[in-house]
Design a protein around this ligand. Structure first.
Ligand code: AMP
Ligand code: ZN
Length: 435
């Protein structure tokens, strides 16, 4: 086994990966076809029999599964094992409508914990580390999912949950926490609060943070790394594919390896559904290859990314994807221009004056769309001299204009004045129809 491997599958050759994928793909199609009425009907309609899957290219013949499909099968319509074999339920975060429920067998939980442990091991986490999970627990998979992986690896694992900065710091100090899992939006809030308490986040024993569950830019990562003097690794996952442990950065910090022995990943044009050319941006589509209780075929994640070309210096041949560049349903159109909230964050984070939080608001009046960006300014820059603040406002507006081609109204607000959430951050509000 490769000396850096937690699991030998990490360093498989492409031939090994692809041969395993084909065996598992055939297996999953055969199982859902036999055991699930929804999938059988779908596959029959598309003229796909399990025997007709002969190569990995045949996956393109399988119909997609969308979030609406999963909702239509709520609560357990897609489960293919007897219900008494289920041991855990999670739901995906969604603000409105019927949730999506994902149920797991004990084997599913074991493979998930193994995958998650593999991710943590890859970035240098070891059993000697103390792991503090600062994400929410409950139905959200970033709680128990990451927790089980850290325990599986053998770390002492602290289920701290988010919020309560004073307790968070006390735990870090008292138990000498070396690794944390934290949402990007909360990482900066935590850092700023520690500073306000007169302490330097960089003095804490944290050396690694696993950061994910919501999109963030490279500039945002840099900020977190600098603030805490630790390494930050991007962690990607979604409830429909278990949760965290789907794709993870290695120590090169250059793209996220997708664990292809467990998932089949494709990138498609969101309009046509066809595979994009190699290296082009499109929507990530994923198939579970090993899930027992509730397999999902060709799930449309809505997440936009691309496969990165070339091989990774770390030696792992599992394809790498770029950090999530946005969601196909995230984009908004303002004055006819397509804009992704990530583009705005990218510009904002380059200003040292900009604090930890921002909010993009889209309104309209009888002339047209109005794009406003409320930006928290760090305490030390929030001076009384109006000219200085005006200057800053203009610089931000200009920088944004050259990125998104629309000039937004910039509203500078004080630190800690924008709403924060315990879970995923709300960065964008479209208020155009609410008037
Ligand atoms: P949930 O199933 O509720 O955990 O939400 C999953 C969604 O969170 C994904 O489809 C992504 O949109 C987002 N997400 C998770 N991890 C990341 C990440 N590292 N970067 C960007 N977005 C992420
Ligand atoms: Zn790598």
């Amino acid at each position: 086994m490769h000396q850096d491997a937690y699991d030998p599958a990490e360093f498989w050759s492409r031939d090994q990966i692809e041969a395993t994928q084909l065996t598992r793909l055939k297996n999953v199609v055969a199982r859902v076809y036999k055991k699930n009425a929804f999938y059988r009907k779908r596959l029959d309609e598309a003229g796909v029999s399990p025997e007709s899957i002969r190569s990995l290219d045949d996956i393109e013949r399988i119909p997609f599964t969308t979030k609406d499909d999963l909702r239509s099968q709520y609560p357990l319509g897609l489960v293919i094992v007897p219900e008494e074999e289920l041991v855990r339920l999670h739901c995906s975060s969604g603000t409105t409508g019927t949730p999506v429920a994902i149920a797991h067998t004990q084997n599913d939980l074991n493979t998930w914990a193994d995958l998650m442990a593999r991710c943590l091991h890859m970035v240098g986490v070891r059993r000697e580390d103390v792991f503090q999970n600062m994400s929410g627990y409950g139905l959200f998979t970033g709680g128990l999912g990451i927790h089980s992986g850290a325990e599986r690896l053998g770390c002492m694992t602290i289920p701290a949950g988010p919020g309560n900065t004073a307790r968070q710091i006390k735990l870090v100090k008292d138990f000498h926490t070396t690794v944390a899992h934290i949402l990007p939006s909360y990482a900066l809030i935590l850092g700023e609060r520690i500073r306000e308490m007169g302490e330097n986040p960089a003095d804490l024993p944290l050396r690694i943070a696993v950061v994910g569950a919501e999109p963030y830019t490279a500039a945002f990562r840099q900020r977190i790394e600098d603030l805490f003097n630790m390494k930050v690794y991007n962690s990607y996952g979604l409830s429909e594919m278990n949760g965290p442990g789907v794709a993870f950065e290695c120590q090169e910090q250059n793209g996220l390896h997708i664990w292809e022995d467990a998932y089949f990943a494709e990138i498609v044009d969101p309009e046509t559904g066809r595979h994009v050319a190699p290296g082009e941006v499109g929507e990530l589509v994923m198939t579970t290859l090993v899930r027992e209780g509730m397999p999902i075929l060709r799930y449309r994640t809505r997440d936009l990314t691309r496969f990165l070309p070339g091989t990774c210096p770390c030696g792992r041949l599992h394809h790498r994807m770029d950090r999530i560049l946005g969601r196909s349903d995230d984009m908004f159109i303002c004055k006819g221009v397509n804009i992704y909230p990530q583009q705005i964050e990218d510009v904002l984070m380059k200003f040292p004056e900009v604090g930890r939080n921002y909010l993009i608001l889209l309104d309209n009046d009888n002339v047209g769309d109005i794009l406003r960006v409320q930006v928290e300014i760090r305490e030390e820059y929030f001076v009384e001299d109006l000219r200085v603040l005006r200057g800053l406002q203009n610089r931000i507006a200009h920088a944004l204009r050259s990125e998104i081609l629309v000039t937004p109204r910039i509203e500078l607000v004080q630190s800690n004045s924008l709403p924060v959430s315990d879970g995923k951050a709300v960065r964008f509000k479209d208020q155009r129809n609410s008037k």
